[in-house]
Structure formats: C-alpha cells, structure tokens
Design a binder for this molecule. Sequence first.
Ligand SMILES: *[C@@H]1O[C@H](CO)[C@@H](O)[C@H](O)[C@H]1NC(C)=O
Ligand SMILES: *[C@@H]1O[C@H](CO)[C@@H](O)[C@H](O)[C@H]1NC(C)=O
Ligand SMILES: *[C@@H]1O[C@H](CO)[C@@H](O)[C@H](O)[C@H]1NC(C)=O
Ligand SMILES: *[C@@H]1O[C@H](CO)[C@@H](O)[C@H](O)[C@H]1NC(C)=O
Ligand SMILES: *[C@@H]1O[C@H](CO)[C@@H](O)[C@H](O)[C@H]1NC(C)=O
Ligand SMILES: *[C@@H]1O[C@H](CO)[C@@H](O)[C@H](O)[C@H]1NC(C)=O
Length: 369
Amino acid sequence: MKQIILFILFIIFFNIVKSNQCNCILNEYCKPLGVGERTEFIGFSDNSTGNYLNYDYYSITTIGVYYDANISIPKEFVCISHANGVRLVWWAKIPNQQLSNETFRNQFIDKIIESIQKENMDGVIYELDDPNSLTSENSDFFTEIIEKTFKILKPINWNYQISSKLPFSPNIDLNYNYLGISYFVDYLVVMDYNIGSRVTRDGNCLAGSNSPNPMIEQGIKNFTSMGIPGERMVLTYPWFGLDFICVNGSLSSEDCFVEKDEDDNCNDIKTIANQISYGEIIKILNDNNITNGGINWNSNSKSVFFNYYDYQGILHQIHFDNPKSLFIKVFLTKRLRAKGIAAQTMDNLDFTDLVNSYNMYDTMAYFFM
Ligand SMILES: *[C@@H]1O[C@H](CO)[C@@H](O)[C@H](O)[C@H]1NC(C)=O
Ligand SMILES: *[C@@H]1O[C@H](CO)[C@@H](O)[C@H](O)[C@H]1NC(C)=O
Ligand SMILES: *[C@@H]1O[C@H](CO)[C@@H](O)[C@H](O)[C@H]1NC(C)=O
Ligand SMILES: *[C@@H]1O[C@H](CO)[C@@H](O)[C@H](O)[C@H]1NC(C)=O
Ligand SMILES: *[C@@H]1O[C@H](CO)[C@@H](O)[C@H](O)[C@H]1NC(C)=O
Ligand SMILES: *[C@@H]1O[C@H](CO)[C@@H](O)[C@H](O)[C@H]1NC(C)=O
C-alpha cells in the first residue's frame, strides 16, 4: 500500500516537474499532436532565421523542418504549430556515404528518436543527401533506418508520423526498395521538382520546366504499377524556379540553349541552372531596372517561364510555378487521388510581400476542397 502511494506521489511530482518545463500557453501544446491520419499539406522549412512566425498555419497540416545540427528548434515553433493543429516533424537528411556505417545508422536513429521526444515533435521525414543516387549495396540500409524508426516510434505514440522523401518516379533510381519502405511509413513524399530540364535537341541542352505535369503523372502511375497507389503519396511541388543562362536568343525567344555541364550533357540540373526562390522571381518581375519579356505559358509542362536581361546584360530564362500553374497541379494531384500535397520550401517566399506569399498557400489549400 505504502509503495503504491509513494508511486502515485512520484508520478504526480514527476508530472509537475515535466509540465513546468513546458513553455507553451497550454501544456497540451507540448505534447505531440493527437490527431489521426488525414489529408496532408506539408510545408518544408529550412531557414532558421525566424520565417516560421510568418507561415500560414491555417492551411498547412505538417511542417518538415531541417536545420543545421548546431541550431535548435525554437520552443515557440513547437507551441505555434501544435496550437494550430499542425505537426512539426524533422526533415532529416542522411548522407549517402554513411549508409553502410552501422554505428552511424544506429546513432542517427537514436538521435532522431531522442530529439523528437525531447523537443515534443511529431515524427520524421527522411531524405538522402543525394536522393537520386542510392546504390544497390546501400538499399537495404536505407530501408532499415526507416523500418527501425517506425518500429520504435509507433509503439510510443501511434500518432507520430514517419515518412521518406523519394524521387518523383521509381525509374529515377530503381535501387530503392519502394514497396519495402511503403510498409513502414505513413505515406511517401515524392519530389516533383528539378525534373524536366534535361531536355536535349540536336545534341544541345535546352532550358525546361522545373516540374512538368506529364512527368509528374507518369511518375505516380509508375509507383501505382509497382503496387503503391496514389493514396499513399504526397506530391511535393517547388516554390522555387530554375534560372538558366541562355547562350543566344532574345527576350522573346522560347528556346533557351544552355551550356552543357562538364560531362558534356544536361543531366546535372544543379550545374546547368541556379535555383531561385519564388520571392526573388517576383522581385525580378517587379524590378523596373530589369527588362523581362513577360510571362509565357508552356502548355506541355503546364508551367510558366520568362526571359530577362540581368544587370550585366546577360540573357536568362526562368522556369517556375506560380498560383496559375500550381492550381492545375493541385487538381492533377486530386485526380491522381493522392494523400497530400507539399511545398518545397516555405522559406522560398518573401514574407515582406504577404499578398504574393499567401496566394501560394491559398492555391495549394484548394487541395482540401
Ligand atoms: C533566411 O531568411 C532570411 C530572412 O528572410 C534571409 O535574409 C536569408 O538570406 C535566408 N537564408 C537562406 C540561407 O536562405
Ligand atoms: C552551424 O554549422 C554550419 C555548418 O554545418 C555552419 O556553417 C554555421 O556557421 C554554424 N552555425 C553556428 C551558429 O554555429
Ligand atoms: C561511422 O560512424 C561513426 C559514428 O558517426 C563515426 O565515428 C565513424 O568515423 C564512421 N566510420 C567511417 C568509416 O566513416
Ligand atoms: C514509367 O515507366 C515506363 C515504362 O517502364 C517508362 O518508359 C517511363 O520512362 C517511366 N516514366 C518515368 C517518368 O519514369
Ligand atoms: C543558338 O545556340 C544553339 C546551341 O549552340 C545553336 O544550335 C543555334 O543555332 C543558335 N541559334 C542562333 C540563332 O544563333
Ligand atoms: C533603378 O535604377 C535607378 C537609377 O539607377 C535607382 O535609383 C533605383 O533605385 C533602381 N531601382 C531598383 C528597384 O533597383
């Protein structure tokens, strides 16, 4: 009897101590979100300088956050998210080079699980540093990380979310054990960006769309024919564009020929184009000192592009998505019966321009209609 009373006193004491550690207005906000499975709008977040205060917590359902290891999550970020019924999960990048290192894998999983509990977060979305280059030797190691995480976290709290970011089509890297992974995640997050610019014509590189709809659709169909239906997928769309430097042409030319990369091809999008945030794109379009050729519609990729001369007089072409093209993507996503939609990343918005920023959120939120 004495022991039981002592035990109860201990629990009460322990809970008081614990609740004192909560910095949110309500203690409840320090607990992981108690919401079950739902349609998702995931916003990725990778800028730790305070943008999180400006995110649209009314439209998103989950935030996937990636900060450098030396930066901790502000307590307030957790409070705001939970107060708005939004999950805050780690977006954890795993270095491909360390996959075969068992010590590394186990420490990585332990760190994720420990920090989810310590920071009162809601789960994890894994991604490889170099997601299109998983080797066959490392395939099982990647699946193992996801499986172990799932098996540890789910018994602690079934509402924790475990997921993985993957190429937009299984064909991009057939070394992933997609089906195996799908058993140990709440859903798969596919990356529908940096896709379509590897266009060649007569041996030349041509600038192209960041996220062409026909490819997105093919990618999902190829997952479906592998036995992973749309209901298991969240489709991530870019809130950034691709900025190409054209070797010739003018403000009105549709074709923008691009210098090839070192390997004499167009495969590495990072070497033939620069990523540019939606916020920066709007600034270029509104800059009276920069002449642009006006926004054009690409009816094949269902996205927009424009040419401009930079301050040095060099011709560029930017391919991107705006509310008009995102709207069509939202309905493509619905037609594919996907589980959700995601934005890469919310920090690509310029929050000093709230009208253009919130237009992007509002457009994506049509997914819930
Ligand atoms: C993060 O956001 C701040 C403020 O919006 C901006 O000044 C900074 O350049 C951003 N950092 C990165 C790495 O994008
Ligand atoms: C955190 O680490 C990154 C590299 O991982 C470094 O660039 C940055 O300066 C560090 N920031 C602080 C505050 O130490
Ligand atoms: C394996 O991972 C551990 C822990 O991160 C690290 O100390 C060690 O140097 C790694 N081994 C190799 C060969 O990289
Ligand atoms: C989808 O699969 C087909 C048949 O295997 C293949 O030809 C096509 O390139 C794939 N599409 C994508 C986007 O990977
Ligand atoms: C522009 O450059 C491409 C690739 O070098 C070339 O094929 C094309 O003929 C050029 N066009 C003009 C009008 O010079
Ligand atoms: C455009 O150029 C004028 C004159 O050089 C300068 O005063 C103005 O600040 C510039 N505007 C922008 C948006 O850079």
